[in-house]
Every structure is written in C-alpha cells, then in structure tokens.
Design a protein around this ligand. Structure first.
Ligand code: 5GP
Ligand code: ZN
Length: 118
C-alpha cells in the first residue's frame, strides 16, 4: 500500500533498525520504545489489522508468533516478554499494517492493564 509507513519500511523507502527478515516477515525496533526491549514483527504483505486477517494469512501469522521467543531472547529478553496486537479504534491501533509488539527486558513489566482500585 503506497501510503502505509510499514509497507515503506518493508520496501526500504523508510529506514528501520532491523531485528530479522525473511521472505514473509520483518522485525524491527519500535521508534518510540516502551520497554528496554521493544520491537515489532510484521508481515511483508499489507494486512491492515488483525480484524482484516483471514485464513490465507494464518501461515505467516503463525510463523511470526513462532519466531517471537527466539527473537526476544536474541534482543535481551531472556525470561519472558509481552506480545501486544493493537487492533482498530477500540484497540488504539495507530499504524494500520498488522504488527505484533514484543516488549520485555531483564525486569518484569508493569501490569498489562490498569486495574480499578489496584
Ligand atoms: P500501534 O499503536 O499501531 O500498535 O503501534 C504503532 C507503533 O509504531 C508505535 O509504537 C510507534 O512508535 C511505531 N512507529 C510509528 N512509526 C514508526 C516508524 O516510522 N518506524 C518505527 N520503527 N516505528 C514506528
Ligand atoms: Zn502496509
């Protein structure tokens, strides 16, 4: 998609700090990291969001998830990490090219969601 930032990153028109690449997917560091380790895994094919994914996307989505643990360890999250896929308006998605955030580091992250009264 011509006006998609992440498609431009896939095409090399916008630079990124690459973590991993193969024929189907690309992983790169988030420009505004929210944790000591924060990168994203995206399919090279433009899929706007998880709500737009279908059966044809299942193999690459599976491969993206299957790569997450190895890439997280390589990037300095040896003992677990958090995966986030923001989807649509309600999920507060900003970039409409499906991406899995991988967040972690050496210390536990904050709680996933603020809890009332906690
Ligand atoms: P979302 O809110 O859609 O789940 O996340 C989009 C993420 O993309 C944000 O965390 C933001 O920092 C990141 N981002 C936006 N533009 C760029 C960019 O040009 N390069 C990189 N590496 N990350 C970006
Ligand atoms: Zn795109």
């Amino acid at each position: 998609m011509s006006d998609c930032i992440f498609c431009k990153i896939v095409e090399g028109k916008i630079p990124c700090k690459k973590v991993y690449e193969d024929e189907d997917m690309l992983a790169f560091h988030d420009i505004n990291p929210q944790a000591p380790v924060h990168f994203m895994i995206i399919p090279k094919k433009h899929v706007a969001s998880l709500a737009h994914a279908g059966d044809a996307d299942a193999p690459v989505l599976g491969r993206m998830l299957a790569a997450a643990g190895r890439l997280a360890r390589e990037q300095g999250a040896p003992d677990g990490f958090r995966t986030i896929i923001n989807t649509g308006r309600i999920g507060r998605q900003d970039v409409y090219h499906l991406h899995i955030h991988i967040l972690g580091g050496k210390e536990p992250l904050g709680r996933m969601m603020p809890r009332e009264g906690a």
